[in-house]
Design a protein around this ligand. Structure first.
Ligand code: HEM
Length: 456
């Protein structure tokens, strides 16, 4: 079979090995922008022995994610990188097994169900704000991680992790760094090799495992059916009437634990960054929030009156999509738009690059929430804006996350002014999600006369 490649380039074996040995960090975000600029929105790079396709064309995204998803699996490389951590959970699972697990988890994310989570989301934000004082410096990215972690644990597992949140944050950061090194290392080393990094990663995962196991043990001991995700998974039975084994249960919980907080935390962090950099937008958001909420805590019903805030969130996720790319591997040779994607090649659906593609978005680097006004949003080509992916593997937590982000933003804007500590270089870095490479330090000023609603 002759393979016709899209425009692209080849990096020789020696250069590839030299780069890998140099230990230099691979900047996937910049790479995807550069490749798109140089070779267009369907391109390839052959790094020595690995063929790497990069796609930022909405029509091809549609073809792979929606029209022919059964011909693609998640990348083996991602499974190797995240496997020790996420195991066989929803994010990394395939085929009928994935379908079954997705069906089991789905009811926990139905719109009627997630509406009940609104009060918890606002209450936890309130608790965070209660601990803030005017003049303090806080690491916004870490604060957002702790907040969303507490929310996901409470809403989906009815678990309290407030005391563990700092430690969980540390463990997750180290595990994600180790996973990233595994993605970038170019070779899949067996886990039995006595490498210090591998040992550290397994020890970190074991510590997180103990926390997850605690949720399971406590629920089993209580015997309660709380109607949440944990109860649904505990009650699930296969065709032979057997319950899910503990390993799979742990994998599903760990997956939701990670996927359900880190992403939303980054959406919040980058939205705040955009607001701090664009005071004129901040003024409009504040006016909208003040008018909609006055002095009382935000509720689900208020979301209908927070349309501009929603536009701001969407535009921030265009420039800084928390999930910058989705990886796929063809399980057979697949022809897409005139080029063959050979079985086993690495296909990156470059969401970050697509969101900044000048063919699609005019002045793509400019932050402009008006792009998401009701009239203008309709003009965005289909599948050109994909912060939550698309097709059968679309984010299961999409509505959960959008509701959460709007409630958190409104509650924070209502009560605090936040400004960037000067002298910081804020740069995005893809570490599974897109994070600020060196964190984001902010100064807090609690708003004069800001309301302090009663805790539920
Ligand atoms: C702003 C927040 C979020 C963003 C940007 C986001 C983004 C994404 C994206 C792009 C995917 C698809 C990945 C692919 O196709 O390879 C995905 C999948 C997933 N997300 Fe989210 N997500 C967010 C919040 C959440 C929340 C709150 C939860 C759960 C509470 C969640 C759970 C999941 C799970 C389990 C999957 C895998 C679904 C499957 O393969 O069936 N996510 N997410």
């Amino acid at each position: 079979m002759t393979i016709t490649y899209p425009p692209g380039t080849r990096i020789g074996y020696l250069d590839t090995i030299r780069t890998l040995m140099s230990g230099a960090k691979f900047d996937m975000l910049q790479f995807s922008l550069d490749a798109q600029k140089q070779y267009g929105d369907y391109n390839f790079t052959k790094f020595g022995w690995v063929t790497f396709y990069l796609i930022s064309d909405p029509k091809i995204m549609h073809e792979i994610l929606v029209n022919q998803p059964e011909k693609f699996h998640k990348l083996k490389l991602i499974k190797y990188a995240l496997g020790p951590f996420l195991g066989n959970g929803l994010l990394t699972n395939e085929g009928d097994f994935w379908k079954r697990q997705r069906k089991l988890a789905q009811p926990a994310f139905h719109s009627k169900r997630i509406e009940n989570y609104a009060t918890i989301m606002v209450d936890f934000t309130q608790r965070m704000l209660d601990g803030w004082k005017t003049g303090e410096t806080r690491q916004l990215d870490r604060e957002m991680m702790k907040l969303t972690l507490n929310i996901v644990a409470k809403t989906l597992f009815d678990a309290d992790v407030t005391k563990d949140a700092d430690r969980v944050g540390e463990l997750l950061t180290r595990i994600l760094e180790a996973s990233n090194d595994r993605i970038n290392s170019g070779v899949q080393l067996p886990d039995w090799l006595p490498l210090a990094k591998t040992r550290q990663m397994y020890s970190d995962v074991a510590e997180l495992d103990a926390i997850i196991q605690r949720f399971i043990d406590e629920r089993r001991a209580s015997g309660d059916d709380k109607g949440d995700l944990l109860s649904m998974l505990l009650q699930a039975r296969d065709d032979d009437g057997n319950p899910m084994d503990d390993k799979l249960l742990r994998d599903e919980l760990m997956t939701i634990f990670l996927a359900g907080h880190e992403t939303t935390a980054m959406a919040m962090t980058w939205t705040w960054y955009m607001l701090m950099m664009h005071p004129e937008v901040m003024v409009r958001v504040k006016a909208e929030v003040d008018e909609a909420l006055g002095d009382r805590p935000a509720t689900l019903a208020d979301l209908a009156n927070l349309k501009y805030s929603e536009m701001v969130l969407k535009e921030s996720m265009r420039l800084y999509p928390p999930v910058a790319s989705a990886g796929r591997e063809p399980i057979e040779d697949v022809e897409i738009s005139g080029y063959m994607l050979p079985k086993g090649s690495l296909v990156t659906l470059a969401i970050y690059a697509m969101h900044r593609n000048p063919q699609i978005f005019e002045n793509p680097d400019v932050f402009d929430p008006e792009r998401f006004s009701p009239e203008k949003e309709k003009q965005i080509p289909r599948y050109a804006y994909l912060p939550f992916g698309a097709g059968p593997r679309v984010c299961i937590g999409n509505s959960f996350a959008m509701m959460e982000a709007r409630l958190l933003l409104a509650t924070m804007v209502q009560q605090a002014d936040i400004s960037l500590v000067s002298g910081q270089k804020i740069e995005p870095m893809q570490l599974v999600t897109v994070r600020p490479a060196n964190g984001m330090a902010v100064t807090v000023a609690m708003r004069e006369g800001a309301p302090l609603p009663e805790m539920a």
